[in-house]
Design a protein around this ligand. Sequence first.
Ligand code: UDP
Ligand code: MG
Length: 329
Amino acid sequence: MEEDRISQQQQKYISVVVPVYNEEANIEHFYEKIVEVMDGLPYAFELIYVDDGSTDRSREILRRLETHDARVQPVFLSRNFGHQLALTCGLDRAEGDAVIMMDGDMQHPPSLLPTLVAHWEEGYEVVQTIRIATEDAGFLKKWTSALYYKMLNRISRVPIQEGGADFRLMDRKVVVEFRRYRERARFIRGLIGAMGYRQTQVEFRAPERYAGRSKFSPRKMIRFALDGILAYSTIPLRIGLYGGVICGALSFLLFLHVLYTKFIEDTAVPGWATITACVLFFGGFQLFTLGIIGEYISNIFEEVKHRPLYLVAREKPSLSRDADEDVYR
Ligand code: UDP
Ligand code: MG
């Protein structure tokens, strides 16, 4: 009995953080698979579901799971804040010695958890997974994603692994430090890659979604891709500078040509086409660079407001806090 108590105290604790957005058809299946895998490991665990403003039956299912299994900890956000902020909310709440974040649609296979944990036990503080193939992604998504990471790595100061998924294990100390990053436009995979610590990688093949459709609309995808660029590089700002230097050099040559035609050849013609072409080109170029500057400024504007990153509508009162019935609806 006494031994039991001691082993319980020494048992390490693992938090699994899962953002869900309208995943009614996946939640239970995912829960069963996680429990199956975690029960085979010598750890206690909590399963933090961050419901990112679902409008389907997800919340009802989570409430049911919670009453049936105390290890399930649902947090309901007040509306949809997006995958990255939902993950952040889960990381802020995770209490485990190690925290694993993963998607709730079975595209991040729970069967990989023992491998992640084994690397952690070897002493690695971040175990990052790398997606080597996605079975349900169309050709276009795969191709644009590969191209995007190549470009991002060219222009960013920190290396960002192509195929790096938001499926990773982090040691508690990394999670505690990660909580100090409070920027809104976040690209978590880049932030963690740049944090240092002892990192290792595990490759996996992403199977098709178990049920439902991808929650990333093309609009969300573009926003996310743009956040990645704006957060890790200021090179786009220099496009204007480099472009300006090149145009300056070209216009100097043109100026010499103008002088030559005027004074040496004396055959100045009404170059309407050239002028129109120049005006259009410079107009377009200026608008483009202004647009880039505007993107950075709007990011600065969003960040300086220091608004909360997400709002919680309901969560289990923590033991350390006064249990307030109003909070726990
Ligand atoms: N997700 C979320 N908020 C969103 C979009 C997605 O919490 O606004 C969740 C979603 O429920 C899933 C994970 O993030 O658990 C990954 O989303 P999805 O599978 O749609 O992305 P994909 O695998 O298609 O890139
Ligand atoms: Mg998915």
